[in-house]
Write a protein that binds this ligand. Structure first.
Ligand SMILES: Nc1ncnc2c1ncn2[C@@H]1O[C@H](COP(=O)(O)OP(=O)(O)OP(=O)(O)O)[C@@H](O)[C@H]1O
Ligand SMILES: [Mg+2]
Length: 181
């Protein structure tokens, strides 16, 4: 699959990234790591490295691609709906995990789940990102599985939407640092 333009997702297809693969694997497995930033020049394999590592480790991840997004809140919530549906589809065979996530998401205001299709309202009754992340944290503790939230092309998230996303991601980390210090 050398000429496929899509990111690679399997180790057999990923070349020359042994060191980066090991480093990223160690960081993902380290429960103290809360935030990992992968940087590099364009088209050098960042997304391939991240997806391949997560797939090889078998760590459940939500992949939020903001490449096409997001000048509007509606756009952001559509991307999130797609990312969550994708997530449920990918783990549809892990029934315990799937059912816990579906149960948790269904209890959040402004979230509808039909089978593995998730649809988030984006208007006034939209779920806050902090609520969604909190549900993932809750399921993570109850089933004893860590989740990774990947924000691909995160540098594109600017303006007020960027603030909304970054504060949802970073605020719980800052609090956990304060509590543990
Ligand atoms: N180490 C690698 N082994 C195999 N294929 C690779 C490798 N690195 C990059 N590619 C291929 O190059 C292309 C770009 O890879 P990828 O999308 O992962 O890079 P990226 O750094 O995330 O790009 P962008 O800057 O556009 O986000 C894809 O076709 C991918 O399959
Ligand atoms: Mg990429």
């Amino acid at each position: 699959m050398l000429f496929d333009t899509k990111p690679k997702t399997r180790r057999a297809d990923l070349f020359d990234f042994e060191e980066e693969f090991s480093r990223l694997s160690r960081l993902i497995n380290d429960s103290l790591t809360r935030l990992i930033v992968v940087r590099g020049l364009r088209r050098t394999g960042k997304t391939s490295l991240v997806l391949t590592t997560l797939n090889e480790l078998g760590v459940p991840y939500v992949f939020i691609d903001v490449r096409e997004v997001v000048r509007s809140r509606r756009g952001l919530y559509e991307v999130l709906s797609r990312a969550l549906s994708d997530f449920l589809r990918r783990y549809s065979l892990r029934k315990a995990l799937l059912n816990s996530i579906i149960k948790a998401l269904s209890g959040v205001r402004g979230v509808r789940v039909h089978g593995v299709e998730v649809s988030l309202n984006w208007g006034r009754d939209r779920p806050l990102l902090t609520e969604l992340f909190r549900e993932f944290d809750g399921v993570s503790s109850s089933v004893g599985v860590g989740f990774v939230i990947v924000i691909d092309e995160a540098q594109r998230l600017g303006g007020s939407l960027g603030i909304e996303v970054w504060s949802a991601v970073l605020t719980p980390m800052i609090f956990s640092e304060i509590l543990s210090s």
